[in-house]
Design a protein around this ligand. Sequence first.
Ligand SMILES: NC(=O)c1ccc[n+]([C@@H]2O[C@H](COP(=O)([O-])OP(=O)(O)OC[C@H]3O[C@@H](n4cnc5c(N)ncnc54)[C@H](O)[C@@H]3O)[C@@H](O)[C@H]2O)c1
Length: 352
Amino acid sequence: MAKVRVAIVGSRFAADIHCDAYTRNSNVEIVAIAALDNLDAIAKKWGIRTTYEDYNQMFAVECPDLVSVCVPNFLHHEVVIAASNAGLNVVCEKPLATTVEDGREMLEVCERNRTRLFYAEDWCFSPTIMRMDALIKEGGIGKLFYAKAKETHNGSHSPFAKTLKMCGGGSFIHLAVHPIGYLLHLLGRGENPVVEVSGHMTGGLDRNFVHKDFEGEDFGIGMMRFGNGEVGFVEGNYITVGGMDDTVEIYGAEGVLKADLTFGSNIQCYSRKGISYSIEKTDHNLGWTRPAVDEFYGLGYVNEMSYFVDCVVRKEEPMYGVSGRAGLACVQLVDAFYESHKCGRRITGSWM
Ligand SMILES: NC(=O)c1ccc[n+]([C@@H]2O[C@H](COP(=O)([O-])OP(=O)(O)OC[C@H]3O[C@@H](n4cnc5c(N)ncnc54)[C@H](O)[C@@H]3O)[C@@H](O)[C@H]2O)c1
């Protein structure tokens, strides 16, 4: 079988994760990478032969089977549309877009061009989450009532995350978009819409708890109620020190599931002099740590990229949780949460 030819746009944190995941798949060749900086370093690290500063030129010359979009949030719109107009299938990092209008247009263009749009919600492919999905499917915890999920850490490393225009908001759009996407996958499944949301945020800049230089909020929580009555509680904040903290709790009529996606390593390490790395976004790695065994695999990226590659090979649409439609629903929900915070009341609607 000919290898699936992948091209990457972006060269930093997310691009590195995508390269790692594709490189582990023997059916994939990363043929080229385009970005404004760091090209030599990332190309050398992953053995990518061709680099471009202009992604449009890369699309035209390389004609890849699949493009991974790993650029700042506000650029997802223009890069996805350019790839689709070049006839290419696209994986788009979270959040799908910074505005609902941009997200809608991205879906419309991809539909019109008949190119596939994969929304990169890696949580859907975390081995921990997939095992929990199976336990829920076999009825292990009965009918689901309530799910609570969060992603929190001490602040994005990316300068693009600091402005509302480039990020679309603060910690809520940047981090809570993971639990929101996961709850759509778990409880919404493309058939059970969210019908009510309420959100509470710090207000950005001086109103933030810690990050006074971030235009967007550094703390955001939200409640979402689904049409069938289930309730979700989601959180995304930048005030959590000590490492990235991603947790999930699911409550059903017959049981409970709890998972720790980031601190759940089987290794307990005590080091007086410190170790080089334990998990993402720790301040230091001295004393007791829980070093991740395989962080990118554990968070789902490896399975995720394999799934998208398989969809391309089989010419199949993705499941709901990682479809462009789910990505757009996440952006619409984030918008509704922000609106709820602004006007101080619950917002009703139908988001799916
Ligand atoms: N799924 C996840 O867990 C996860 C993790 C990290 C980041 N992300 C997402 O990935 C995206 C990128 O994040 P990051 O942390 O890698 O960002 P970053 O700020 O570290 O890097 C941005 C990259 O975009 C490139 N770029 C900027 N403008 C460009 C242009 N016009 N043409 C080509 N390249 C351009 C830069 O050269 C750089 O390589 C963001 O949308 C972020 O939300 C997702």
